[in-house]
Design a protein around this ligand. Structure first.
Ligand SMILES: Cc1cc2nc3c(=O)[nH]c(=O)nc-3n(C[C@H](O)[C@H](O)[C@H](O)COP(=O)(O)OP(=O)(O)OC[C@H]3O[C@@H](n4cnc5c(N)ncnc54)[C@H](O)[C@@H]3O)c2cc1C
Length: 446
């Protein structure tokens, strides 16, 4: 079995989307013996939003299940060659980079630490002096709240109002060097397990018989339509997942769903005279409004953590958004980085990318069944689920098998045990029926 050009008339499971999560779901289901067809409108695996991922692997989430998922996820990346098995070609690589959380009174770390303790994630609690000794480029100033360049007289651009008490350091963190390759690895492993991938085919209709999904209609690149009958369909459409829920007629019944959000990622050279890949670190920093990590070639990759002063760019149609990097946003965020990283450079030439998040209101994914029997979703991944793709695949396979066997997941949520850490992950955290609980995240840090 492999990539196929003719459309199979039926299968047990259709997975819509060959991104890193869709490919992981397909792999887990195929390894359990299910007949799986993955449909993607693009030419290959990982060509959707996955290809733009910053691919940071960290554990600093504001829910226990979020931390449990990400810590379990780490172990898949560390064991990647074994997990993927014997495929041809290169493998994605995990690059270690310590992840910091600055100790701000009332800061994100206060939400996260109890969960790290509960799950057993290792971390060090450094004083201010220890922090700057270990990370010489770290500026511990308190500058926030973040401001824009139109507010140059805001306190943010002046002298720090105080100093942070130090940093929490999670040394097991890092990033994946090539997110698209990671999806391709999962897809290749899935092909090995029997999955058929149908590229350049777009799902245009979700079929149902009363309250049971019965398959999909796909359009090929010549414009011809084909039916694939299937009792289980999994929506892993990334920024298109909302459209697919609408197509299936389930969107109105979902308490939580997601919307595409335009996002930029910026790349700047590392600090003058320092090898940031060696002495650098990653940080999610609400005080300056950015996250960043070392990037190969002694660069720094910067993203936003949605400070209040920046407008969120919601997108109605994921096929229509401005793909040109904004020079003003590049300069703004390079200057924000220069608040936190001593000797950071603010280059005159913009560099980076533009992509879409599939953002949920509480920045937490929806891994769930829906009110249409047999129609499942792995969506709302909110710019923070790349790292969790392999465990999300495992968790979705468990959930689907349980629900198809008659388990009432809505009433009694499925619990999944991590293969590596043995941690129990309560899939109820990711239900479409949740309300936004007090204390959950308000930005991409999740
Ligand atoms: C800029 C950016 C930075 C990020 N940084 C991080 C990070 O540092 N760490 C982290 O953990 N996560 C991060 N993420 C999030 C992570 O990358 C995503 O959660 C993950 O890649 C989503 O994978 P996916 O498979 O769900 O979606 P996608 O990769 O978007 O795949 C969806 C696929 O569905 C296909 N599709 C959609 N509709 C149809 C249809 N009708 N018919 C057929 N095919 C269809 C698309 O073509 C696409 O290939 C980031 C995301 C972005 C955009």
């Amino acid at each position: 079995m492999s990539v196929v050009s003719s459309v199979p008339p039926s299968t047990q499971v259709v997975v819509i989307g060959a991104g890193v999560i869709g490919s992981a779901v397909a792999l887990e289901l195929a390894r359990r013996g299910h007949d799986v067809v993955v449909v993607d409108r693009l030419p290959s695996a990982g060509y959707g939003s996955t290809s733009s991922s910053s691919a940071v692997v960290r554990f600093s989430y504001s829910t226990t299940a979020g931390v449990a998922m990400s810590y379990e996820g780490l172990h898949y990346w560390l064991d990647w060659a074994n997990h993927i098995g014997n495929i041809e070609g290169p493998l994605a690589e995990f690059r270690p980079a310590p992840m910091l959380m600055l100790k701000t009174p009332g800061g994100h770390h206060e939400k996260v630490l109890p969960h790290l303790d509960k799950i057993g994630v290792q971390y060090e609690d450094l004083s201010a002096a220890q922090s700057v000794e270990r990370f010489p480029n770290l500026n511990l100033g308190v500058f926030g709240p973040p401001a824009r360049l139109t507010e140059l007289d805001a306190p943010f651009w002046g002298e720090p109002s105080a100093m942070h008490d130090g940093a929490i350091v999670m040394s097991e963190s890092g990033y994946i060097n090539d997110p698209q390759l990671a999806a391709a690895n999962l897809a290749a492993a899935s092909v090995d397990a029997g999955t058929r991938f149908l590229y350049r085919h777009e799902v245009t209709e979700i079929l149902r018989n009363e309250n049971q999904v019965t398959g999909v209609i796909v359009r090929d690149s010549n414009g011809s339509n084909h039916t694939i009958a299937a009792p289980v369909v999994v929506n892993v459409g990334g920024p298109h997942s909302r459209q697919l829920c609408e197509m299936a007629g389930v969107l109105g019944a979902m308490n939580r769903s997601s919307r595409p959000m335009r996002r930029e990622v910026w790349i700047v050279p590392g600090p003058v005279g320092a090898d940031f890949e060696k002495v650098g670190f990653a940080l999610g920093d609400v005080d300056t409004g950015i996250y960043f990590r070392p990037e190969s070639g002694n660069n720094i990759l910067i993203g936003s953590v949605e400070p209040d002063c920046d407008e969120l760019e919601w997108v109605d149609d994921p096929d229509e958004f401005d793909e040109v990097l904004d020079a003003g946003e590049f300069e703004l965020n390079a200057m924000r980085l220069a608040r936190r990283v001593n000797d950071a450079q603010v280059p005159g030439t913009k560099r980076g990318l533009v992509a879409l998040y599939d953002a949920s209101p509480d920045w937490t994914p929806i891994y769930d069944r829906t009110d249409l029997d047999g129609f499942y979703v792995a969506m709302g991944t909110s710019g923070n689920q790349f790292k969790n793709a392999p465990i999300a695949g495992h968790a979705m396979a468990e959930l689907i098998e349980n629900v198809e066997a008659g388990v009432n997941h809505d009433a009694d949520p499925v619990k999944v045990t991590g293969r590596y850490t043995g941690q129990e992950i309560d899939m109820g955290t990711f239900t479409r029926n949740r309300t936004v609980a007090e204390g959950t995240s308000v930005n991409v840090l999740g």
